[in-house]
Design a protein around this ligand. Structure first.
Ligand SMILES: Cc1cc2nc3c(=O)[nH]c(=O)nc-3n(C[C@H](O)[C@H](O)[C@H](O)COP(=O)(O)OP(=O)(O)OC[C@H]3O[C@@H](n4cnc5c(N)ncnc54)[C@H](O)[C@@H]3O)c2cc1C
Length: 263
């Protein structure tokens, strides 16, 4: 065993001021507890966010959907407001892990953790979301910077994420069968004549598939997405699938995401 200080503040301001030095936040613990057990993280202070009511909940601001960082995946999945505004986001949340993971896992924890195979990063990038912290707002375009890396400064607290509402959107992932993380997942969002396509599971971090975006801007059909060839250069390969396999899956998943978006 090793010792650390435990703090459980009841406001976001108190949490942010407690997160000094090598302190780490604890959200649903779905990744953090494993990291502690395996000694991948050895914080001097653990700042538990579970008692902070202001970090949870789903609201609408200027027509956009705003989701608090501590909102559980299961809350997003069953929210009538999210289902109405961005059904693809509720669908994505309902497909994360299993029921226990969805009851504990949080939006803020998912995006701060920035697992290369996580689902939410694809939604944030495709929808052009804005991440809020007490200090600033960050665009999803600049947020995911590498393998388990984000633009957050040490101790910076994600308080909420604001999602613009698209005309149409869809998410489809080829699941790793044990964890249900994305072997390859694609989120497609259409805003007027603009289409944004984000891919997770295929590189060190989520990225936009600009060739598929261009094809879908001309013709928003599953066939147009599936016809695009994606190079295997820079794509992940591991025991679950080679780089060539994952590259071939990207347009297939994009086509299925478009089919979902079209209902
Ligand atoms: C078996 C299993 C299956 C899973 N399947 C999927 C899947 O299919 N798709 C998918 O997308 N994900 C999946 N996940 C990930 C899961 O959904 C969680 O979102 C993820 O593990 C993060 O967990 P958490 O929200 O509990 O955060 P924690 O584990 O508590 O924290 C994760 C990291 O984020 C930091 N952090 C937490 N909250 C904040 C905040 N507000 N501001 C700044 N930093 C913060 C913590 O300090 C820590 O570094 C799975 C996880 C497990 C264990």
């Amino acid at each position: 065993m090793y010792t650390f200080e435990y703090q459980n503040p009841v406001s976001a301001a108190a949490a942010a001021s407690a997160a000094r030095g090598d302190a780490r936040y604890l959200a649903g613990g779905q990744s953090m507890v494993q990291a502690l057990k395996l000694r991948l993280a050895r914080p001097g202070t653990l700042v538990d966010l579970n008692g902070i009511a202001e970090l949870s909940g789903i609201t609408s601001v200027g027509g956009n959907v705003v989701i608090g960082a501590m909102t559980r995946h299961s809350e997003v999945a069953r929210s009538a407001d999210v289902k109405k505004a961005i059904p693809a986001l509720a669908d994505l949340a309902g497909g994360i892990g299993d029921q226990m993971v969805r009851n504990q896992g949080t939006l803020g924890g998912s995006i701060a953790n920035a697992d290369p195979a996580a689902c939410y990063p694809a939604a944030l990038l495709a929808l052009g979301a804005t991440i809020r912290t007490p200090q600033r707002t960050l665009s999803a375009d600049n947020f995911f910077t590498g393998l388990f890396e984000t633009a957050l400064a040490p101790g910076e607290l994600v308080t909420s994420v604001e999602f613009p509402v698209p005309d149409k959107a869809g998410y489809f992932k080829f699941k790793q069968p044990a964890s249900r993380f994305a072997l390859v997942g694609v989120f497609v969002a259409k805003f007027g004549s603009t289409v944004r396509v984000a891919v997770t599971g295929a590189k060190s971090h989520v990225f936009r598939a600009t060739d598929i975006e261009a094809a879908l801007a001309k013709s928003f059909t599953p066939e147009a997405a599936a016809a695009v060839k994606v190079s295997a250069e820079g794509i992940n390969g591991d025991l679950h699938g080679s780089a060539e396999y994952r590259a071939a899956m990207v347009p297939v998943m994009a086509g299925r995401a478009v089919a979902k978006a079209l209902g």
